[in-house]
Design a protein around this ligand. Structure first.
Ligand SMILES: Cc1cc2nc3c(=O)[nH]c(=O)nc-3n(C[C@H](O)[C@H](O)[C@H](O)COP(=O)(O)O)c2cc1C
Ligand SMILES: C=C(O[C@@H]1CC(C(=O)O)=C[C@@H](OP(=O)(O)O)[C@H]1O)C(=O)O
Length: 378
């Protein structure tokens, strides 16, 4: 299993990722990583920052001649906006007064972060709590995805709700979900997409913000990733942990989680069948591909709820941390809605967990060794 760590401030020089324990001899196409980074930058409702950045990864170690070495993979994603923030973000010489932030935004990490670390300037919190960091997790997910492509495992995602605009029916047809890639809000239904865009336009006009729901589907996952034997080895638990680690994600559901809770068992549990060519299979997938903390061979389906963006152009009431006076929250620049971007991040975070658990089961030294063990289990 590989470990990962991210570093970097939103307006600092750049973001850094380190992946340790990744197997050797896996072909990595760096342009594929850049494509995933670009996908994260798209989506109707984002603010001015995405016009400044053009995220690209610079590999620093762990890949040679297009293949992984088994040594730590490290990389850099430059913050182009650093040029505009140099006087305030320079590691050596900071003019802290000019850009000091003292009006914490409700819903962001600002106030509690400042209290926790003893800061008088909320900038010291917002720089790292920012979802700019998710670019690194997308790059790592893209590397994980390229490993799993060798085993026919694929991940797709789509946005199912933005504010009050949502899909009525749950979509399980992967080809239909893939159509979401072309949509401005990553929704696979044209009529709902238009309603979502309207919803975002209205929120923007009001100086307000929006959240929503996205859904991730992972296909081709073999049965037996994760385990029932210990609570912290359960696949659903690991996915929920990693997905809740994405900024602003406040709910994670596997399969028809909350809907299942309202129904009788006979309508929820997926009956088991067998055929010589398919092996064991189910005709329904209410469990979302996970039973007893293990993948059961069906598609993995996960939904994530994102809260509305905390920075409002019509700001909420707060307290100045210097004067303790009632003021309005700070606003420099913000997205109105980032659910489409979050759905790309969710996709990449989920595939990272699946890759970690895949290596747990099949070994993690070289692609050849893993392939052999995977074939033995087919
Ligand atoms: C892709 C993405 C973009 C985001 N953009 C913004 C933004 O522009 N402004 C903002 O205030 N919050 C934004 N957020 C949300 C904050 O980062 C998040 O709410 C904050 O870090 C507090 O953490 P919490 O919501 O997990 O409690 C974004 C989140 C994601 C996933
Ligand atoms: C920079 C990104 O997202 C940022 C996430 C974010 C936040 O508070 O989370 C606040 C905004 O930052 P800024 O004030 O620089 O515009 C977003 O743009 C990104 O996704 O790459």
């Amino acid at each position: 299993m590989f470990r990962l760590i991210t570093a970097g401030e939103s307006h600092g020089k750049g973001l850094v990722g380190v992946v340790e324990g990744f197997p050797a001899n896996v072909k990595i196409d760096i342009e594929e990583i850049n494509k995933d980074l670009a996908r994260r930058q798209k989506g109707y409702g984002r603010g001015g920052r995405m016009k400044i950045e053009k995220d690209r990864v610079e590999i620093l170690s762990g890949i040679r001649g297009g293949k992984t070495l088994g040594s730590p993979i490290s990389f850099l994603i430059e913050n182009k906006d650093y040029e505009n923030w140099k006087p305030y973000m320079n590691p050596v010489d900071v003019d802290g007064e000019t850009r000091k932030v003292t009006e914490p935004r409700p819903g962001h990490a600002d106030l509690t972060g400042a209290m926790k670390y003893g800061f008088e300037d909320v900038r010291n919190v917002l720089e790292r709590s920012s979802a700019r960091e998710t670019a690194v997790r997308v790059a790592i997910g893209s590397i994980a995805r390229q490993l799993l492509q060798n085993f026919n495992i694929k991940v797709v995602s789509h946005v199912t709700a933005i504010g009050e605009a949502f899909l009525q029916e749950k979509v399980e047809d992967i080809e239909k979900i893939e159509l979401a890639e072309a949509s401005e809000v990553r929704c696979c239904d044209e009529a709902v997409e238009l309603a979502m865009i309207e919803e975002i336009k209205r929120a923007k006009e009001e100086g307000n913000s929006l959240g929503g729901v996205f859904e991730i589907h992972v296909t081709g996952v073999p049965a037996g990733l994760g385990s029932y034997v210990q609570w912290d080895r359960k696949l659903d638990a690991k996915l929920a942990y990693a997905l809740m680690g994405i900024q602003a994600i406040k709910g994670v559901e596997t399969g028809y989680g909350f809907q299942n809770a309202e129904k009788r068992g006979s309508l929820v549990h997926d009956e088991i069948f067998h055929s010589p060519d398919k092996g064991y299979y189910r005709e329904s997938n209410h469990a979302g591909g996970i039973e007893g903390g293990m993948s059961n061979g069906e598609n993995i389906m996960i939904r994530c709820a994102m809260k509305p963006i905390p920075t409002l152009y019509t700001p909420l009431r707060t307290v100045d941390i210097e004067t303790k006076e009632a003021v309005l929250a700070t606003v420099e620049r913000s997205d109105t809605c980032a659910v489409p971007a979050a759905s790309v991040v969710g996709e990449m975070v989920a595939i990272t967990v699946i890759a970690q658990e895949f290596l747990n089961k099949y070994g993690s030294d070289s692609l050849e060794e893993i392939t052999k063990r995977w074939k033995d289990c087919l």
